[in-house]
Design a protein. Sequence first.
Length: 263
Amino acid sequence: MTRVVILGAGAAPGVPSLSYGWGDCNPENPRNIRRRTSIYYDFDGTHILIDTSPDLRQQLLDNQIKHLDGVLYTHKHADHLHGIDDLREVNRIMLKNINIYAQADTMAGIRERFSYMLTQPDHVNNVIRRPSLIPNQVEWGRAFIIKNISIIPMELSGHNAVSTGYILNGGEIVHLADFKSISPESLRLIKRRPKLLIIPLTTPFGQPFHAGLGEVLEYIEKINPERTIINHMAAECDYDEINSKTPDNVFPAYDNMIIEIKD
């Protein structure tokens, strides 16, 4: 069985945000309280994290996540990356390196901002002082493996940072990050009907660098997953309002949401 935990369902400001407060979100609904997005995947004992949000410390504590076989990065924006230092606690528990994976532009951002965390496969950093991460650069369309799990990176278009999605476990799960559009070439990398699609929706009306709800629903129809989770929602996205505008197999995310996929 595959187990998915939405560690944070929010966009960069979180909900409530400092500038916009609750916005359009009902403060009485606890599912509108959102930390920044990271998602944890447990594929029958292979543990993969996608993105390290600035809220990662509390997310790992809340879910008692103490082992990671790899960390995938979608892009270099702070809300997806800047919790990276909290990986040192996982290093301390495991007493070994953690492999991180990112496309070239994202990896360059990691090297520029967080070079002190990186190491070589034959060396473990002093994890009392800093994390110990092995960088692995990936290419769109070229599969790689973490333990027994196959992963294909896919290009996402139109965001104001180079953005990467991931096709996981032979297409069982498709994880999309910030995008405005997805090319036909990228969509063709999805070879089967996914059991689960994770897709972002920052605001219902869309923005120059983010797809709106209408565009998101169009891509859900094209990909045709069994189940979809809408993630990365800002204060413009009330949980109940989004839920009322989506098909029966499409659900808004909330913090610490658990999805189980049976074999």
